[in-house]
Design a protein around this ligand. Structure first.
Ligand code: DGJ
Length: 692
């Protein structure tokens, strides 16, 4: 049984394959954290709870609540802040009931005086160490509304350790997912997005280790939030060595109203512990996301060609047909028509919102291009940006009140566009209708859903709980995508937000892959992909090989290096194929071919980081191994052969390209090859198959 309840001690023990999580009720009915780490028996958990309770008696601030509230001598980060109709704040817990069913635990409380019901939810599974948590609030009275000033999905408490470190990613447009690892400061550290989308500046996950974890050793606690709008995670640490974090949707300053009978449910915040270092934590997340988050994890991620970098806004049908013909010759599986196919969209200042084919570019509609793409043996994909509008569009001229706005304030444009208020049911319905028609009336099998700006002047005139738009916009985006998937089962969806601005477990629960960054410079991409892969699996990471010189950085790279970097994700090609030499096109076709053979291993296997610039993937049955090594800069590097990991020392492995057979023991202790040549932008791809 994965969840045990001890009625005498009012204690719950949740078990995953390798970990345990324990909580109990204290004498005031508050839900107290007891343990999150290696497996414990029920007896061990109960004894630990007694020790923790004895310690808590000597401390003024109780701390360690499963959802920290205001009231009494609590001064830590509150997960839940409420103000009742009479201006009273805080929560006094009273336990009502609990329910255990199919790996799911629900513990329901109420405030002792006010009609606020708080349900804590936990979910564990037999094949994942992740523990998914969320909270449901309910106004159970008849009286005035309750104001919710903060509602996190969960608070997570760690055992006291001397040297806590925090790992997370920071970034900006074109430089997403830059991994940061440093001391967790005493006090509070807040990671957040106030943008209405997940954002480029950070990503809603964190890892905390005791200061001594390495890639393959040491305890790491981590959590990731399934939310694609504004969010906030506050990590804390005190002088007693206690640490933890609380996190959830929304940013500071937003308030939501709970009227009589209303329910407010948070997104899931999943936590994962491993005693085996950062590598095991990443593999744990990859596995969990593939098994329990992605909508269709086994679907083959097609090799796409996307013409955006080749054409931007400047193209016609003939040019797309030309590119399609070239793409088909290098083994592309899906041809994607990006921005600027619709309305008067020949630059970024007009037409967004007018979702019909631009009559000058596609005089006979999209049909001829789609037919030709399919005749060439490829599927057809198309770009949309459903949440935004150019003021210079028929849509905006007709419906100027459909955007987020606040009367009396300017409507600040970003990339010449405003955000449609998808929290409005009528706007959401309209959005679903045109998308449904677009996908249903054309042979479209791939949809790239982009979102290129953050919220501003986020008002909802006439609505009595206007901050709800920060939640309802995201929920309606989810609902539209879910509905499209349900009605068009073959549709493959790629999420995008000006590059990697909306990557999170909420999006990954409904899209097949995401576009990780607009920066396709292979050297930059190595660091972006290193940060991306800390949590998210390779099969979700759209990665194009593009032109040299690169359109963003003007750096030049060999075609081999550009492909090798992109082959670590869901490979695509994004350059102007008209400008590629015959030689490069031949190489491109060979790399696509090689990638297709390696794809099941890269996408479905266990990923081992052999360093920040080398990755190894091992198939579930251990029979296939793919290794990708990069050297963005050769300065000061000695060419040392790369030692592999996760192999059977007694087995032998054949190199698919050379036919050479290597002993597992030798690969594990001495490595493969002679090391990279001493040049910038060199790389190696090795695909090994077990021979006995
Ligand atoms: C931002 C995306 O990240 C790009 O790939 C491209 O689709 C542009 N938007 C189009 O406007």
């Amino acid at each position: 049984m994965s969840i045990l309840f001890d009625a005498r001690d009012r204690l719950w023990l949740l078990r995953t394959p390798a970990t345990s999580y324990v909580l109990c009720l204290d004498e005031d009915d508050a839900p107290r954290h007891v343990h999150w780490g290696p497996r414990l028996t029920l007896d061990q958990a109960k004894r630990l709870a007694e020790l923790r309770a004895a310690l808590a008696d000597t401390e003024a601030d109780p701390g360690g609540e499963e959802l920290s509230v205001e009231g009494g001598l609590r001064y830590g980060v509150p997960s839940l802040i409420v103000r009742y109709g009479d201006a009273t704040r805080g929560v006094e817990w009273r336990f009502l009931r609990q329910r255990i069913e199919d790996g799911h635990l629900e513990i329901v409380f109420t405030d002792r005086r006010y009609p606020l019901e708080i349900a804590l939810h936990y979910r564990v599974r037999e094949d994942s160490d992740a523990i998914e948590r969320h909270v449901v609030l309910r106004h159970t009275g008849q009286g005035p509304s309750i104001e919710i000033l903060r509602l996190d999905s969960a608070a997570w408490t760690l055992p006291p350790r001397p040297g806590y470190r925090l790992s997370h990613v920071v970034g900006e447009w074109g430089k997403e997912f830059q991994l940061q690892r440093g001391a967790l400061a005493c006090g509070e550290t807040t990671l957040t997005s106030r943008a209405g989308i997940t954002g480029h500046a950070g990503n809603p996950w964190l890892m905390v280790d005791a200061g001594e974890a390495t890639e393959e050793h040491g305890e790491v606690w981590s959590a990731a939030l399934a939310w694609s709008g504004s969010w906030r995670i506050t990590a804390f640490r005190d002088l007693k060595g206690r640490a933890g974090w609380s996190g959830g949707f929304g940013h500071e300053g937003l308030t939501w109203r709970l009227a009589s009978g209303d329910v407010l449910e948070t997104p899931a915040f999943a936590g994962l512990y491993s005693a085996d270092g950062f590598g095991a934590i990443s593999r744990g997340w990859h596995d969990h996301i593939r098994k329990h988050v992605l909508p269709a994890p086994d679907r083959v991620r097609p090799v796409v060609y996307n013409a955006w970098e080749a054409t931007e806004f400047d193209y016609d049908e003939a040019l797309q047909l030309d590119l399609a013909a070239r793409a088909s010759r290098i083994g592309i599986e899906t041809f994607v028509l990006d921005d600027a196919w619709f309305g008067t969209r020949t630059h970024d200042a007009a037409g967004l919102g007018d979702w019909w084919p631009n009559p000058d570019r596609f005089p006979k509609g999209l049909g001829p291009l789609i037919d030709e793409v399919r005749r060439l043996g490829m599927d057809f994909g198309i770009w949309v940006e459903p949440e935004a509008v150019n003021p210079d569009s028929d849509l905006y001229r007709r419906n100027p009140d459909w955007v987020l706005h606040t009367p009396g304030r300017r409507r600040t444009e970003s990339r010449n566009q405003l955000v449609l208020n998808l929290a409005r049911p009528d706007v959401a319905e309209w959005t679903h209708a045109w998308l449904d028609a677009l996908v249903g009336e054309n042979e479209i099998s791939f949809l790239k859903w982009d979102m290129n700006r953050s919220f501003s002047e986020a008002g909802w005139p006439g609505h009595d709980d206007p901050d709800r738009l920060w939640i309802d916009h995201v929920r309606n985006v989810y609902a539209i995508i879910d509905r499209l998937r349900a009605d068009h089962p073959g549709l493959f969806i790629e999420g995008c937000a000006g590059g990697g601005g909306r990557v999170d477990l909420g999006m990954l629960a409904r899209v097949d892959q995401v576009w990780a960054s607009d920066n396709t410079d292979a050297a930059e991409r190595v660091a972006i992909q290193h940060g991306y892969g800390q949590i998210y699996p390779a099969c979700t990471m759209g990665a194009w090989a593009t032109d040299s010189p690169n359109s963003m950085t003007a750096r030049t790279h060999w075609v081999r290096y550009r492909f090798h970097v992109s082959m670590a994700g869901a490979l695509g090609v994004g350059g102007d194929l008209r400008a590629w030499s015959e030689d490069d096109l031949a190489w491109a076709a060979a790399f696509v071919e090689q990638y297709k053979r390696a794809r099941p291993v890269v996408h479905g296997g266990a990923q081992y980081r052999l360093g920040p610039e080398a990755t190894q993937y091992v198939s579930a049955d251990g029979r296939e191994v793919v290794v990708l090594t990069y050297q963005p800069s050769a300065l000061g590097r000695t060419p040392i052969p790369l030692r592999l990991t996760g192999l059977d020392p007694a087995a032998r492995y054949r190199d698919q390209a050379t036919g050479d057979v290597h002993h597992g023991a030798v690969l594990l202790t001495h490595g493969v090859g002679a090391g990279l040549m001493p040049f910038d932008g060199t790389s190696e791809f090795v695909h090994l198959t077990r021979v006995d």
